[in-house]
Design a protein around this ligand. Structure first.
Ligand code: ZN
Length: 113
């Protein structure tokens, strides 16, 4: 099973490279190899959890990040799904790692340094 790539001018909204809503990856004009790997990781995360649970957890992780850091960027980069997806951009990882690799990032997500 592979993601279905959809080019769309209006979605995702401005400021976003691409967005994955299983089974689709939406992107604006073109998609780089790194972005495709990042979004494919989200595709497998959504496959593993189901789309609804993925987005519920995504929202909860973001809110915990906002409470912890009081900053959008830090909250976004502390979401374990994002930490895992950015980590696979320059690597070749297994489908299993993309499905459940995000779990190991939870313990690092809300450490203040
Ligand atoms: Zn992402």
């Amino acid at each position: 099973m592979k993601p279905i790539l959809k080019q769309c001018e209006k979605f995702p909204p401005n400021g976003y490279r691409a967005i994955t809503i299983f089974p689709f990856i939406f992107y604006k004009r073109q998609i780089s190899e790194e972005t495709l790997k990042h979004e494919t990781c989200h595709y497998y995360q959504e496959l593993g959890l189901g789309v609804i649970l993925f987005y519920v957890l995504y929202g909860l992780f973001y809110i915990v990040g906002l409470i912890t850091y009081r900053n959008h960027d830090e909250a976004y980069y502390s979401i374990p799904f994002e930490m895992a997806a950015y980590d696979v951009e320059d690597k070749n990882v297994s489908v299993r790692e993309m499905l459940y690799g995000w779990i190991k990032y939870i313990k690092d997500a809300y450490k203040k340094d």
